[in-house]
Design a binder for this molecule. Structure first.
Ligand SMILES: [Zn+2]
Length: 158
């Protein structure tokens, strides 16, 4: 078994959509990013790649590559899953913590789970999702950033 850890932070500004796990959770305030800024999917990809001891998302999908501009992170996730599964691993579970001050996002979790499960070839019951605020502290607490943490467990296929 192999454990992986991923973390991603993005600056949040007015006038952009906020995507988390392929689901739009705000039309008013969203992430600044080269891709579509889906912080949750970025942390998830880094956890998967980390567990397989592969280079991280920034190396795999560099900002310098024009084809990654505004790119759908879920499409990148599918690519990552195929790479990791191609190395002989299967995913046992993932657990995610979404840290943002506003808006509340927990009611989107069933939708996020439904979006991620087929991309990960994983049952929705193996996808943990939690939301927390930073109690007004730091950039997350000030509403200037969103941060996502992810751990995952890979098993080697027998
Ligand atoms: Zn990111």
């Amino acid at each position: 078994m192999r454990v992986g850890l991923g973390r991603d932070v993005h600056r949040v500004v007015l006038g952009r959509r906020l995507l988390l796990g392929g689901v739009c959770v705000s039309e008013e305030r969203g992430c600044v990013a080269h891709s579509d800024g889906d912080c949750l999917v970025h942390a998830l990809m880094d956890a998967l790649l980390g567990a397989a001891a592969l280079p991280n998302v920034g190396v795999l999908f560099p900002c310098s590559d024009e084809k990654n501009r505004g790119r759908d992170s879920c499409e990148m996730l599918r690519e990552v899953v195929e790479i990791v599964y191609g190395r002989g691993f299967r995913l046992a579970n993932v657990d995610l913590v979404v840290q943002l001050e506003t808006p509340p996002v927990s009611h989107f979790f069933p939708m996020i789970r439904d979006r991620l499960a087929p991309l990960l070839d994983l049952d929705g019951s193996a996808i943990g999702l939690k939301a927390t605020t930073a109690e007004g502290l730091g950039p997350v607490g000030g509403g200037e950033a969103v941060e996502v943490l992810c751990v995952c467990l890979l098993e080697e296929k027998v």
